[in-house]
Design a protein around this ligand. Structure first.
Ligand code: FDM
Length: 212
């Protein structure tokens, strides 16, 4: 065991389908940890505030067209531009709650014709690997009850089905599949429990890298 090792923060990622409640759960988790006096910070991808993020925002809102490979690389670049800050925070003991990450990057692009999963993974190789991926699932019926899609690019049932299928191919031992068809508070309790356990168990482990 390392002596005097400072405990690092955990990297906790949320992925899942539309209307699965990812964003609501991220917010609740942040609030719960903050009230408990834990150091936590929320990240959301795409981060639409940077220059790259604004290009992505315009693309998603169909204000411009960007070639499919090119926009895939922009989504990845949008994560890499945050990587130094994320590493710094993790190393100094802050837990990061991340609303979508490289798995969305791969699952969405690979749902387009002519894109192989393996190609899609390449630009994100080397990003910090999550300690926990909360994968929120909803069956089609439960999802439909939560309302219709918005008007952004990708918000179509057929495309979303392909995306969900791709997520299945990306699961590894850090994924916890969570049925989101329950109350906001019940879901929160389940997630808080998982996140707390993860934070304690990774505190002394090195931060690993994605897909290496
Ligand atoms: N999306 C998100 C991608 O296509 N690639 C990515 O790398 C990421 C992070 O962008 F349709 C898609 C997923 C979604 C859209 O996401 C915007 P939010 O969570 O609705 O902002």
């Amino acid at each position: 065991a390392r002596l005097c090792a400072m405990k690092r923060g955990a990297l906790i990622v949320f992925e899942g389908g539309d209307h699965s409640g990812k964003t609501t759960q991220c917010t609740k988790l942040i609030h719960a940890f903050e009230s408990a006096g834990e150091k936590v910070k929320l990240f959301k991808f795409p981060d639409r505030t940077s220059t790259i993020g604004q290009m992505i925002n315009n693309y998603l809102g169909s204000k411009c067209e960007i070639e499919d490979h090119s926009v895939h690389l922009l989504f990845s670049a949008n994560r890499w531009e945050k990587q130094p800050r994320m590493m710094e925070l993790l190393e100094s003991g802050t837990t990061l709650i991340v609303d979508r990450y490289a798995f969305s990057g791969v699952a969405f692009t690979a749902a387009k014709p002519g894109f192989a999963i393996e190609w899609c993974k390449q630009p994100d190789i080397g990003l910090p690997r999550p300690d926990l991926v909360c994968f929120l699932t909803l069956d089609t019926e439960a999802a439909a009850k939560r309302g219709t899609f918005g008007g952004e690019r990708y918000e179509r049932t057929d495309f979303q089905k392909k995306v969900m299928n791709n997520f299945e191919k990306l699961k590894d031992s850090t994924w916890k599949e969570i049925d989101a068809d329950k109350s906001i508070d019940d879901l929160h309790k389940e997630i808080l429990d998982l996140a707390t356990t993860t934070m304690a168990s990774v505190a002394q482990n090195p931060i690993e890298k994605l897909w290496m």
